[in-house]
Design a protein around this ligand. Structure first.
Ligand code: ADP
Length: 235
């Protein structure tokens, strides 16, 4: 049917407990996210935002209910297959930095997928330049500052050019100029028909990007999909 929303990520009656915990962190969550536009996931600290996104990428497995990705149960995918569809920037960049140089880190996903070395190099150079990391390309990532690690983690995920991006507090440690670059990139990504799910306490960042806001409190979705005007911050 024309105009009908097509689910890319779908949670059906998902309940999730962390091991040893008595209370569920997510309770019977039903949620549909499309593979287009930018959605913000809001809610107070501890409401379950990060856990919800980890369920979406198969890192946290529901105790009850199902998760579907692009129409198929997430149980039918390997984590690598999910990773090719959904790029995920973790809240703590150190969670995803493991290579010995910044350039290797940014190109890891592409090389791992078997992309030709020239194409990997071209993309790595682009993302290093875009996030002002060229000067550190031969540096050990974990020796850099928190803000630089954050930019490497973002560059490494964006370089993979997945169909859908989940970013958990991506502006931590970014100055206004780098934040604007990320904002511009995400707007272009959305215009290319890709989807973005954003967790951020940075109100101006969310206001300038999110077309839709989903709110979670105490592990339950309390509002799903208020469409909103994107605030233009063009001069
Ligand atoms: P948010 O992203 O909204 O701040 P989280 O999903 O990080 O919320 O956390 C939701 C709840 O789950 C919190 O009460 C938090 O303390 C708890 N929690 C998060 N991670 C773990 C874990 N690994 N083990 C046990 N409890 C956890």
């Amino acid at each position: 049917m024309e105009g009908e929303a097509v689910a890319y990520i779908e949670l059906r009656d998902v309940t999730f407990f962390y091991p040893q915990e008595k209370k569920p962190v997510l309770s019977e969550v039903n949620l549909t996210i499309e593979k287009k536009g930018i959605t913000a996931l809001s809610g107070s600290n501890g409401s379950g935002k990060t856990t919800l996104t980890k369920v979406m990428i198969g890192v946290c497995k529901p105790c009850k209910g199902d998760v579907y990705l692009d129409g198929r149960s997430i149980k039918d995918y390997t984590l690598a297959e999910i990773g090719r569809r959904i790029g995920y920037v973790f809240q703590n960049p150190e969670m995803q930095l493991f290579c010995s140089t910044v350039a290797e880190e940014v190109g890891f996903g592409l090389s791992n997928r078997g992309c030709a070395p020239e194409s990997v190099k071209g993309k790595v150079d682009f993302y290093l330049d875009y996030f002002d990391l060229t000067a550190y390309k031969n540096t050990f990532p974990l020796h850099l500052s928190q803000g630089e690690k954050q930019r490497i983690a973002i560059a490494a995920v964006l370089a993979n050019e997945a169909d859908f991006l989940i970013l958990d507090e991506p502006t931590t440690g970014l100055d206004d100029c780098r934040k604007k670059r990320l904002e511009d990139y995400l707007k272009k990504t959305a215009l290319l028909g890709k989807g973005v799910l954003l967790i951020s306490h940075d109100e101006s960042f969310v206001n300038s990007l999110a077309q839709k806001v989903v709110t979670i409190e105490k592990g339950q979705i309390i509002s799903d999909g208020n469409l909103r005007e994107v605030v233009s911050n063009e001069a």
